[in-house]
Design a protein around this ligand. Structure first.
Ligand code: BGP
Length: 490
């Protein structure tokens, strides 16, 4: 069959951002503190320092709560999207975006998480945002929870460990559906729900010192279970309230290869990949995989479930699957195998792959393998909602940013996406992370830049915050305009 060079008609090209990494305005419009607002920047961490994540504990939280400035808390500043969203949306429209993935900051609507009524100023901000997106014909994809729960719920309840947090989240989600359902068809429940294992506080407000059981792992699985139930309940609510709605799960696709064909490496790899699929299994198939249940039992981990939890999961599964893809990893039974950091995990280094300045291994073909793997497993439409390359950008003597490395990265990944589509994968959209420079989720750096649009700000928050197009801007614009065909220009 003759393949066209174009992506399927109506393919949703766009970009993705998250409220806590862009909005800033942490103490404006009635917003409460979120877990992101206490996340510190560590100036001395090397880019490859796996422990670059600032440790969060009760003491650092207390210190942050008493600090009225944004000096050490870059997510309080973001990139000032709260005030500049119109300018940014205009640039996204110029890029030709069909879609933009954003998140709604829970603490902007419910400052402490426990209010009965939503904060009208917060509601107004998102109304304005979605109205502007509609005017520009940009279809919103909205994540309800993207590392930004109200801090008060973390401090008071140890976050998602406490079942009561489900009710607060469901209340928040219902307000979002009632208010914004008129503009938003695509909703995602939890960003990278699997990431609770890698950063329990950021993902679920879990503070190790508050563990009742004394075993953080026990709390993590309990909190994860509550997020699964909340995800199912809000999926149900969205299905009831919004016609033609599409609710998706969102996971970190961490494709792992065996370092060698030694069966030991192969078995370890198989288990890593099964573990990575577990989170989608629950949200797509509506039940815990049997081997995961057995694994938990073997490890002495007990999840408290209410009597109708299994029914809730079974009856309210998602409509499509979304995922982030940045890199792949290898696995080996050899404890001496060299390891490399990447998206808050440590994996065995793959000798065939180059890596970014932060040690994330660049693997475009791994994206194709991931697409085939996910589609074969679930047979639901797929959307890549994060993919991109964090890099140091420098302004050249001509005053421009020549980010060929970024263009090469995207070019190679897009070709693999097209190849997967040509092999039958139902890929409906792609949002790059991130179309504009923003504060890093992992390290709170500004200098780890992802955008087609440069933001004049440094790690300490100095700069004009003015926006400037990089070379990749025009390149992506052309890809979207030709619906991918320009990828194949000689
Ligand atoms: C994902 C998160 C994003 C994002 C991205 C890049 O895991 O969902 O919020 O930031 O990774 O990571 P980082 O910002 O640490 O470079």
């Amino acid at each position: 069959m003759q393949q066209t060079k174009q992506f399927p008609e109506g393919f949703l090209w766009g970009g993705a951002i998250a409220a806590n990494q862009v909005e800033g305005a942490w103490n404006e419009g009635g917003k409460g503190l979120s877990v992101a607002d206490v996340d510190t920047y560590k100036p001395k961490a090397s880019n490859k320092d796996y422990n670059a994540h600032a440790a969060i504990n009760l003491e650092t939280i207390k210190k942050a709560m008493e600090d009225p400035t944004d000096t050490w808390y870059p997510k309080r500043r973001g990139i000032d999207f709260y005030h500049r969203y119109k300018e940014d949306l205009a640039l996204f429209a110029e890029l030709g975006f069909k879609t933009l993935r954003v998140s709604i900051a829970w603490s902007r609507l419910f400052p402490s998480g426990e209010e009965q009524e939503a904060n009208p100023e917060g509601i107004k901000f998102y109304h304005n945002l979605f109205i502007e997106m509609k005017r520009l014909n940009i279809e919103p994809i909205v994540t309800l929870s993207h590392y930004e729960m109200p801090l008060a719920l973390s401090v008071k309840y140890n976050g998602w460990v406490d079942r009561r947090v489900i009710d607060y989240f469901v209340r928040f989600a219902n307000v979002c559906f009632d208010e914004f359902g008129q503009y938003v068809k695509y909703w995602l429940t939890f960003n990278e729900i699997d990431s609770i294992h890698r950063h329990p506080f950021k993902t679920a407000g879990v503070i190790e010192e508050k563990s009742d059981s004394g075993e953080e792992i026990q709390d993590i699985y309990q909190a994860l279970h509550h997020q699964f139930i909340a995800s199912a309940l809000v999926t149900k609510a969205a299905h009831e309230k919004i016609s033609n709605v599409m609710v998706g799960c969102m996971l970190t696709k961490l494709m792992t290869y065996p370092l060698t064909c030694d069966p030991q490496d192969v078995e370890l790899t198989l288990k890593k990949n099964l573990e990575n699929n577990f989170y989608a299994d629950v949200q797509v198939k509506g039940e815990y995989p049997k081997m995961i249940e057995r694994h938990l039992e073997n490890e002495g981990i007990h999840i408290d479930m209410a009597s109708d939890d299994r029914r809730i999961l079974k009856e309210n599964t998602v409509d499509f699957i979304t995922f982030s893809y940045y890199m792949s990893m290898a696995e080996s039974g050899d404890p001496k195998a060299e390891r490399t950091p990447g998206n808050t995990v440590l994996g065995v280094k793959n000798p065939y792959l180059p890596e970014t300045e932060w040690g994330w291994q660049i693997d475009p073909q791994g994206l194709k393998i991931s697409l085939i793997d996910l589609y074969d497993r679930y047979q639901l439409p797929l959307m890549i909602v994060e993919n991109g390359m964090g890099a140091i950008d420098t302004i050249s003597s001509d005053g421009k940013i020549h980010d060929d490395y970024r263009i090469d990265y995207f070019q190679a990944h897009f070709k693999q996406m097209k190849a997967a589509i040509d092999e039958g994968v139902d890929l409906i959209g792609y949002t790059s992370w991130a179309p504009i420079d923003l504060v890093s989720a992992g390290t709170s750096q500004m200098s780890k830049r992802y955008g087609f649009i440069y933001v004049d700000a440094d790690d300490e928050g100095n700069g004009s915050y003015d926006r400037m197009k990089k070379d990749s801007f025009e390149w992506y614009q052309n890809i979207i305009q030709t619906n991918g065909a320009a990828l194949f220009d000689e």
